[in-house]
Design a protein around this ligand. Structure first.
Ligand SMILES: [Zn+2]
Length: 425
């Protein structure tokens, strides 16, 4: 009954024969118990407290009060007005903001050049799998099928550039006369409209906007095992990850190793449990899985000896990220060499820089992880982060890379070239 009523608001009729899939049915069961056992006074106060979160959409007097007594303690706003306006616009009109971001800061050529890198890196990974000596032919074939089926998403969802769809999406907000509405009323209209659009998705055959799990403008890249896909967002395609005018050695060292990192997530200890369709499915032979786990453990031991500004690294907690940091780096280096071979000649030397392009590749990689952390924040990061921190993300992969040792001619068993290296692919 509840669902029928809610769905009706989006003009969706739920028939008694329809199946409604509930992710968390326990929530609804417990919610009705809670509502029955809570006093009306407490419920009314709760609803008022929820309503108070809207005070951040009112003028300064209310914002000040909201800061003094925030209904939601986590939402205490102390930001400046321009930042607050930016945040609100982004929250309420995300697709419009991403579209403006893409129009202003992104070029189709960037998407094409990153796609070409991805193509080169996957070709390289296929070759690495072909040459692999520890996988059985059976598992190898499945790994290659998974790699071939992987989805690559760069920059933004294509549908974001479709004006008609974008306008239709906001048609409930920007109705005739919307200019006369105050900020508060307009914000409420936006909240309602987005709830309606979400409802429509329940019955929609195609999804608009095509949902990417993280905002287009965020500097981020990620892998989604259940979709067997990677996403390289427009926001990350800027220095130090991507240089529009940079040499290929720089870009393969930075965003290239990032791409290799994300692809490799499909083959780390968690990602490898999903098949080419993103289904949880054990496609490994028993013996291959055994060797895989053994090789992965090497990274856990190696990283447990590292420390970050005096704090010991937890090699097991950060295992998957460390593993793919290394495999991504080596894949991208080989892909870069492949690119040079296809080109038929090394890139021209960069002026005033006495480095070869292979060296620039690794310097560009290392520069990604220059970072500074606020005093006192270290324990918090160590508790929640699954990535190792800056210096370790440089040291670990480079120590494992034979290509790095050869490029810089590091003496065997020197700090950056230990004799015993970890490897996976
Ligand atoms: Zn990662």
């Amino acid at each position: 009954m509840v669902f029928k009523t809610i769905a009706a608001r989006g003009n969706i009729v739920i028939e008694s024969t329809d199946t409604v899939k509930l992710d968390r049915d326990w929530y609804f069961n417990q919610l009705s118990d809670l509502l029955r056992s809570t006093s009306k006074r407490a419920l009314a106060n709760y609803m008022m407290a929820r309503l108070l979160t809207f005070t951040e959409l009112l003028d300064f007097r209310f914002m000040e009060l909201n800061n003094k007594y925030p209904a939601d303690q986590s939402k205490k706003t102390t930001s400046t007005r321009w930042l607050q306006c930016l945040k609100t616009t982004q929250e309420k009109l995300p697709e419009a903001v991403y579209r403006m971001y893409v129009d202003k800061h992104f070029r189709k050529e960037d998407k094409d050049s990153v796609m070409a890198m991805i193509h080169n890196i996957t070709e390289t990974f296929h070759e690495i799998l072909d040459k692999n000596t520890w996988l059985s032919n059976e598992t190898k074939a499945r790994a290659k099928t998974k790699l071939s089926a992987m989805g690559f998403n760069v920059g933004y969802p294509e549908s974001l550039l479709d004006d008609n769809k974008l306008n239709a999406y906001y048609s409930n907000v920007f109705k005739p006369g919307f200019e006369t509405l105050g900020f508060f009323e307009l914000s409420l209209t936006m909240v309602k409209s987005s709830a309606l659009e979400n409802l429509k998705l329940l019955a929609a055959e195609t999804e608009y906007p095509e949902k990417w799990p993280v905002s287009t403008s965020v500097a981020h890249a990620y892998h989604i095992p259940t979709r067997n896909s990677i996403f390289i967002l427009a926001g990350i395609l800027q220095p130090p990850f991507y240089y529009r005018m940079g040499s290929s050695s720089m870009n393969y060292g930075s965003i290239g190793s990032g791409i290799g990192h994300e692809i490799s997530h499909g083959f780390d200890t968690a990602g490898s449990q999903y098949d080419e369709n993103g289904e949880l499915n054990d496609w490994w032979t028993w013996s291959d899985k055994y060797i895989f786990k053994y090789l992965a453990t090497c990274y856990a031991h190696q990283y447990s000896f590292y420390n970050w500004e005096g704090h010991q690294v937890d090699g097991y907690k950060t295992l998957n990220e460390n593993l793919v940091d290394h495999t991504g780096l080596d894949q991208s280096f080989l892909a870069y060499r492949r690119w040079v071979t296809k080109r038929g000649a090394e890139e021209e030397k960069l002026p005033d820089l006495n480095l070869t392009h292979n060296q620039i590749f690794f310097v560009s990689f290392a520069q990604l992880w220059c970072s500074k952390v606020k005093d006192g924040f270290h324990p918090f990061i160590l508790q929640y982060e699954t990535h190792a921190m800056g210096n370790v993300r440089v040291q670990g992969p480079l120590c494992n890379s034979n290509y790095f040792a050869r490029t810089f001619d590091c003496k065997i068993n020197s700090t950056m070239n230990p004799e015993n290296k970890c490897f996976m692919w």
